[in-house]
Design a binder for this molecule. Structure first.
Ligand code: PEP
Ligand code: MN
Length: 359
């Protein structure tokens, strides 16, 4: 239930509502907006009719149920978009943010060369796996703590905040010591013990969508984090499993647009895992930005053919720089019938006015 306080509700009136929500067996989540305060009553075993009766409490404007199964994540609860700040970088604001770096941290040289190159090309954050979730136990599993130390050093040298994956709840404390943002990998999206643990960390979380997860399941996974107390959550669409075999996964761009409608959390797109093909990464990235993604997470390697993981989908340093430059161009001009006057346009508009500046 969402209890919206009136614009002139006093602090005591808000406290009273919070107290009543807790007394009724729900957890109260308070959002103090610019003009009014909203109190969310969340839980499954409370006395709902008593919450509904709060309509009559002083300072309360309305009491409305949240229709979606995900509550704190929904825009019904919070209509304003959330901006998540990671080491001084704002995700979810006016500008899209690019996180880039190798799939796995392999060596000091590989990481530092990549970090400097992606920074010069315009990336705002550095990615790199220290603990790798590999399909086969015989594949490279990551350098672990050594990689975390290198990531921290690279961050200090370049000023780029770090995002890296944490695979197990027992690693959360250690990874949080070194990283600015903790990534929940696609395979772990429904690892509820991990989500519960991450809900109690002071670090922002990047929550990847599971390869077989519905949008609802993805948002309910995010709900675990918010319900447990961590509101700094960024969603990441990284492709889902379909019948298609030409690409590694299928990039679900409609999901990005839809999630931005129903949820207030920022959404970024990982075109590397979504396509599995370096040649498709720039086009998929551009499409992601066009549908409103708040950012991109891109795999980059100085020599993809030598990469210990995900080489075929990694851009090389030059390819990444070229892609970043290409974002300066608009998506595509739209051909228009020459003799049709558009509402609001002058009779003699120039061709340049027809450019559809989506990106
Ligand atoms: C990764 O980011 O390197 C990764 C393993 O991604 P995903 O969990 O989406 O497969
Ligand atoms: Mn990878």
């Amino acid at each position: 239930m969402v209890i919206t306080m009136s614009t002139h509700a006093s602090a005591e009136q808000v406290s009273h509502v919070v107290e009543r929500v807790n007394e009724c067996g729900y957890k109260a989540h308070v959002i103090r907006g610019a003009s009014r305060t909203v109190v969310g009553a969340v839980g499954s075993s409370g006395r709902r009719n008593e919450i509904e009766a709060l309509r009559a409490a002083p300072g309360v404007e309305s009491v409305v149920p949240i229709a979606q199964p995900f509550k704190l994540v929904s825009r019904e609860f919070r209509s304003e978009r959330t901006i998540v700040e990671v080491g001084g970088v704002a995700i979810g604001g006016r500008e899209a943010v690019v996180m880039a770096g190798p799939c796995s941290v392999e060596s000091r040289e590989q990481l530092f060369e990549t970090a400097h190159a992606v920074r010069s090309a315009g990336a705002s954050m550095l990615r790199g796996g220290a603990y790798k979730p590999r399909t086969s136990p015989y594949d490279f599993q990551g350098l672990g703590l050594d990689a975390l130390r290198l990531l921290q050093e690279a961050s200090r040298e370049t000023g780029l905040p770090i995002v890296t994956e944490v695979m197990s709840e027992t690693d959360v404390e250690l990874v949080a010591e070194y990283a600015d943002m903790l990534q929940v990998g696609a395979r772990n999206m429904q690892n509820f013990a991990l989500l519960r643990r991450l809900a109690r960390t002071p670090r922002p979380v990047l929550l990847k969508r599971g390869p077989s997860a519905t949008i609802k399941e993805w948002l309910l996974a995010a709900e675990y984090l918010l319900a447990g107390g961590n509101t700094d959550v960024v969603l990441c669409e990284r492709g889902i499993k379909t019948f298609e075999t030409e690409t590694r996964n299928t990039l679900d761009l409609a999901a990005v647009a839809l999630v931005r409608e129903v949820a207030h959390l920022p959404v970024v797109v990982d075109p590397s895992h979504a396509t599995g093909r370096r040649d498709l990464v720039p086009a998929a990235s551009r499409a992601a930005l066009a549908v409103g993604a708040d950012g991109l997470m891109v795999e980059v390697h100085p020599c993809p053919e030598r990469a210990l993981s995900d080489g075929p989908q990694s851009l090389d340093l030059e390819g990444f720089a070229r892609m970043m430059e290409s974002f300066e161009e608009p998506v595509r001009r739209i051909a228009r019938s020459p003799n049709v006057a558009r509402p609001g346009a002058g009779a003699s508009h120039t061709a340049d006015e027809d450019v559809c500046e989506l990106v």
